[in-house]
Design a binder for this molecule. Structure first.
Ligand code: 1PR
Length: 559
């Protein structure tokens, strides 16, 4: 008897488990169909793809018992896919949903905006008179999805009577939570929505079960999109993690990807022994907690030397992810070594297995670097993708929004008056005014690299970005080897090149030196997120200072 969580085996349920634990509530897992009979309230944290969720539930014999549980009138809280399965069907899948809400889930229109919808957005109650069920209209909640129930009271009046809140993305209004009878469900992720999300979860979990069974239907209201949506621009704190020379995992930080201390200090200096050592900027778990508390919208841990070994055997890195996920309730991306690997004993591990281990440890997204370059090379050579490839297989099971591709481009300088190579259309020119003086009068294209910049490949960033979008990546993280650690500002030419080449969200990275640099990248490129490492680690610029500069410049931020 009591609270149960439903895990269908292909989503990151650990985040929800961690947040419920942190709030001090007890729960059990639904392990088999008969467990539904013991549940007096149920939370279904579906993450990933609709089709996978339905087929996994079905193959485990959980689909009908879930339907019966909801129909029995006992309290149900669905999250993301846990909300979408309540609908009749989804444009994402051939399988039918549970059919409680009589309309379908559709894809966002990506003509004028990036899809998936990733980030922190508002949730507006249908009426002020209703019980808010813990939703605070002045807070932002974390969304990550490509499909949604569009708010269409004229077309689907019966379905829209379930709507509890709506959210605007671009010029589209969608149902961001539903509430009726014993059902409450959110398209956003309360377990990843910081303090506002935890407060919402806590309110639902604290209420007696009897208080969850008679939510009235909502009135139909006419709601038109406002001129702009409330999706905020995300600030991501990134930690490059690797073992130092003593074998301890540390957060390090390079200059143009060189993470070792440079020239030997003057004779007699106390630092004399550190020349050539891996720079140590702190412990990964402690830093994730610090950035969460300082207001980072997302965190990223990159295992920067993972190409050397099998991540599944990398227990310290998995332990870091597990420990970080216990105290951090914003999205966590893990990168490094997400690819097919072979253990020293000869056991083959697919990229999907590697990603699965990170998701089970508490990661929300995985970031793929080198393997994405090879995959696009194969795509370009053969003209087709590979369903077992890292990007495709992970996106199929966990949803494309869970797959970030991290690119590490390097500039190749050319003489524009004579250059006739294949990347002529992708040339970027140094700014004549503003921008670093060293770049004036120069032109270059961006070449892809693998293994942390150690090897260049015959592929441009535009080819890579468009290739990974075709393969099913949900987001692109644009690093710059030339700007990394320089503090010169983001490489706006590079970021614009990629932002204009794809329709998926883009995160700008490398080179942040001041709060103004974030304003410049958001105003100058329209990216959805910006990432920094060095200035945050060294406490030269704080996340609050960045957000305050953005706010002053009229850019939407999450407080
Ligand atoms: O190839 O799938 O195993 O992934 C390896 C991952 O590790 C890739 O995402 C790659 O970017 C990263 N990586 C590899 N070597 C390094 C290195 O620094 N030697 N990290 C490295 C570099 C750059 C960002 C950095 C930003 C912001 N990644 O992580 O945080 O440049 O820095 P700044 O704000 O201080 O300028 P795979």
């Amino acid at each position: 008897m009591g609270l149960f969580l439903l895990d269908y085996g292909a989503g990151n349920v650990q985040s929800l488990a961690n947040s419920i634990n942190s709030l001090g509530h007890q729960f059990q897992w639904i392990k088999e169909p008969s467990d539904f009979a013991k549940a007096t309230s149920l939370v279904f944290p579906g993450v990933g793809a609709f089709e996978t969720a339905i087929s996994h539930l079905s193959s485990r014999g959980l689909l009908e018992p879930l339907k019966e549980y909801i129909a029995s009138g006992r309290p149900y809280f669905g999250i993301c896919i846990g909300m979408q399965v309540l609908f009749e069907s989804s444009a994402e899948a051939t399988s039918r949903g549970l059919g409680f809400i009589p309309c379908s889930i559709d894809r966002f229109d990506d003509e004028y905006k990036a899809v998936p919808h990733i980030g922190w957005n508002a949730a507006d109650l249908i009426t002020k008179q209703q019980d808010a069920e813990g939703v605070d209209s002045s807070s932002c909640y974390y969304f990550v999805h490509s499909y949604c129930a569009k708010y269409q009271p004229d077309v689907y009046p019966d379905a829209m009577r379930w709507a509890h809140t709506t959210t605007q993305y671009g010029q589209e209004l969608f149902v961001s939570s539903v509430r009726r009878g014993n059902v409450f469900a959110t398209q956003f992720h309360p377990e990843k929505s910081g303090k506002a999300g935890l407060a919402l979860l806590d309110e639902w979990l604290r209420k007696p079960e009897s208080a969850h069974t008679h939510a009235p239907e909502a009135p139909l209201v006419t709601r038109l999109p406002k001129p702009t949506h409330k999706l905020t621009k995300r600030i991501v704190a990134c930690m490059d993690v690797r073992a130092n020379d003593d074998g301890d995992l540390v957060v390090t930080k390079g200059d143009q990807y060189d993470v070792r201390e440079k020239a030997a200090p003057p004779p007699g200096s106390v630092l004399a022994t550190t020349a050539g050592a891996v720079r140590n900027l702190g412990k990964p778990v402690a830093l994730t907690a610090r950035y969460y508390n300082e207001g980072a919208d997302e965190l990223c841990l990159l295992n920067i030397t993972s190409f050397r070994h099998s991540p599944l055997r990398d227990q310290p890195m998995l332990a870091v992810v597990r420990a970080a996920a216990e105290t951090v309730f914003v999205p966590l991306t893990i990168g490094g070594g997400i690819k097919d690997t072979v253990d020293p004993d000869g056991t083959k591990r697919s990229a999907l297995e590697v990603a699965g281990a990170y998701f089970r440890a508490g990661a929300d997204k995985v970031s793929i670097g080198s393997e994405a370059v090879y995959a696009v090379e194969r795509l370009r050579a053969s003209g087709k993708g590979d369903p077992n490839g890292a990007i495709e297989s992970i996106a199929h099971v966990y949803g494309k929004q869970a797959v970030v591709v991290s690119i590490d481009p390097k500039r190749v300088y050319v003489d524009p008056s004579t250059y006739e190579g294949p990347y002529k259309g992708e040339l970027v020119y140094g700014q004549q005014e503003g921008g670093p003086e060293s770049e004036r009068g120069k032109a270059w294209w961006y070449q892809c690299t693998v293994s942390g910049g150690r090897e260049t490949r015959d592929l441009s960033v535009v080819q890579l970005a468009q290739g990974v979008e075709t393969l099913g990546a949900g987001e692109i993280l644009v690093n710059s080897i030339d700007r990394d650690g320089t503090g010169l500002g983001f490489d706006l030419g590079l970021v614009n090149l990629i932002k204009n080449a794809v329709k998926i969200p883009v995160i700008a990275s490398s080179g942040a030196g001041t709060a103004q640099h974030f304003v410049d990248v958001f105003n100058g490129t329209g990216v959805e997120a910006a990432l920094a490492a060095g200035i945050f680690h060294r406490e030269e610029v704080g996340i609050a200072e960045v957000k305050s500069a953005m706010k002053k410049a009229g850019i939407n931020v999450r407080d």
